[in-house]
Design a protein around this ligand. Structure first.
Ligand code: ATP
Ligand code: MG
Length: 252
């Protein structure tokens, strides 16, 4: 499809075209398009910008990734389709391991997503062999790599489902999420939630990683002072303001 560059929603239309092409290739699941649409709606309410609250959460994510002993970044079909290069670049910068972990898991789709990441320069991508289980999830979504998620102390989960986010928290991991929906279970249960669009959040986090690399005191302060419930409230309030609503008139 030809999309005119001066269309006011040019970027959104280009991303939609690419996501639907990646569905055709089997990298993105068909229902991933629905999740993408939900994200777009929340981004509209955010004013399609990085709020102050999101910028602070991005710093806290960078601080946690640098403080981690065994950090892992998980990538699913949507995250790969939207931001593969950015996530691979972030993983190299930390450095963190990368594990492909799919909601709709089949060996064929795992292979497609892993090969897609490899075609963009990803090395040592985990996920083809998943022989450990996270407690607390019944389905095969509990499966993960022993040397990846299973042994990780800190896990960054862009666009994760609430069940698995909750299971990672129960497994004792520090869970860092990127999710435009400040009301989702993932957003509420994670230790740090970045309420920002993935392709804005990831380069911001990488920049913060570079800034905080030689600043251990700054990292500790960010980690100690970050309050996820408060930060989610600030994100909801930012949405209220875009909607022209009084933030104090809504839910507490
Ligand atoms: P949960 O399972 O956590 O309660 P959910 O069922 O609403 O939440 P899922 O469909 O499991 O959510 O996961 C998709 C999530 O990803 C949605 O909350 C959506 O807002 C978010 N999302 C989609 N696209 C993006 C994007 N580009 N950037 C950031 N977040 C996004
Ligand atoms: Mg869900």
């Amino acid at each position: 499809m030809e999309i005119s560059r001066d269309h006011p929603r040019y970027r959104s239309l280009v991303v939609r075209e690419r996501m639907s092409e990646l569905v055709r290739q089997g990298v993105v699941a068909p229902t991933g398009l629905i999740a993408h649409g939900r994200g777009e709606a929340f981004d509209y309410m955010l004013g399609e910008r990085t709020t102050d609250a999101a910028a602070l959460a991005e710093l806290a994510v960078a601080a946690w990734l640098l403080e981690a002993r065994r950090p892992v970044i998980t990538i699913n079909g949507n995250a790969a389709g939207l931001c593969a290069e950015g996530l691979l670049s972030l993983a190299r910068a930390v450095p963190a391991k990368v594990e492909v972990n799919l909601f709709h898991r089949s060996p064929e789709r795992v292979e497609k997503v892993v090969s897609y990441l490899e075609s963009l320069g990803g090395r040592d991508i985990l996920g083809r062999v998943q022989s450990s289980r996270l407690e607390g999830i019944a389905s095969d979504r509990a499966m993960c790599c022993t040397e990846g998620i299973y042994e990780a102390d800190v896990v960054l989960i862009p666009l994760e489902d609430g069940d698995r986010a909750g299971a990672l928290v129960k497994a004792g991991k520090t869970v860092l999420a990127i999710d435009l929906n400040p009301l989702s279970r993932t957003a509420v249960e994670s230790h740090v939630t970045v309420v920002d669009e993935l392709t804005r959040a990831v380069p911001n986090i990488e920049k913060a990683v570079r800034e905080l690399r030689d600043d251990p005191e700054g990292r500790k302060k960010l980690i100690q002072e970050f309050d996820n419930a408060r930060n989610l409230r600030l994100s909801r309030e930012a949405m209220c303001r875009t909607l022209g609503l009084d933030p104090d008139g809504g839910r507490a």
